[in-house]
Design a protein around this ligand. Sequence first.
Ligand code: NAD
Ligand code: TDX
Length: 335
Amino acid sequence: MFEPNKIIVTGGCGFIGSNFVHWVVDNTQCDVVVLDKLTYAGNPENIAGLPEDRVRLVVGDICDAALLDELVPGVDAIVHYAAESHNDNSIADPSPFLHTNVEGTYQLLEACRRHGKRLHHVSTDEVYGDLALDDPARFTEETPYHPSSPYSSTKASSDLLVRAWGRTFGVQATISNCSNNYGPYQHIEKFIPRQITNIICGIRPKLYGDGKNVRDWIHTEDHSSAVWTILTKGTPGETYLIGADGEKNNIDVLHAILEGMGQPADAFDWVRDRPGHDRRYAIDSTKLRTELGWQPQHTNFAEGLAQTIAWYRENEAWWRPAKEATEAKYAKQGQ
Ligand code: NAD
Ligand code: TDX
């Protein structure tokens, strides 16, 4: 059992990173240094109000080796969430994805090597490519890498760097590959919050392609408990898949949002498909459940979705400033 007293959480002002920081404060004694560049996706309000003696925000870039040399000696481990995370943005401009996802992970690995610290690397199921809708298979830790988009190829690259630094330099690192998250603080460029906030704004929701693409949904709080489990109980050098058996196609999710917000089932627009759009993701998380004893708590998607809709209704001041620019970007792409 690894029991860290203080960790760096990179990307701790983003969606999943900030939910993890809340989870750590609420469920452990561990203190947190959030290292975040505050890109368009990072918002310090996501961690506002947390106790100052437990959580400190350092605004900076994970590619800044000198800054890492200041911060890393003072902690027991790094939990690495920082990334450029949106597929559509990676198609419009891949360059920041190379910088943060590849170079940034490299700099963190080198800092862990210099200072003898542990790393937990947060990655995605998208590194495995996609499955056919009628394929009974799900992704496992043994599935070959086959990424489709600039985003997922940079995440795959970062995973391979972590494995190589473990094997060649002995860096103590674990990797997790998680399925699609939903919950509070998710940027409104992503599918679920985009549609919820569209409806609140009187804009019709937008569905890509034929709407039959399947995503395997997990509540972000379950992702947080899984990452903490892997950090503290996982074996360095190992990869663990995180998922909560939440496969659903996009049109069913959109119908659930429309119904939950009192809209007719056909009150949306079909729009241009995403180039290279992955068909289906599905996670088999047996290893994490049997070896480390993790279980998801939020297994009722309808309930989690209703809470998420309520959160966006109650926190309009949080998302409203980004809405116009986000939709303008999509309009330019015909989406
Ligand atoms: P997000 O885009 O909401 O947040 C990313 C955060 O990283 C932001 O706070 C941003 O300011 C910060 N950041 C970006 N570049 C940085 C840099 N160079 N230096 C320091 N900070 C930087 O992303 P998210 O959806 O919360 O995803 C977090 C992580 O989880 C990513 O690594 C992503 O690949 C992974 N992941 C996401 C999902 C999902 O469903 N969203 C699923 C599986 C894995
Ligand atoms: O307006 C939309 N309409 C639509 O039909 C948007 C924004 C998306 N979609 C579709 C595309 C996908 O099939 O919804 C699905 C989900 O899209 P995103 O929210 O963009 O997520 P996805 O591309 O599946 O990637 C997400 O999960 C894996 C995260 O953004 C990644 O960071 C994570 O690695």
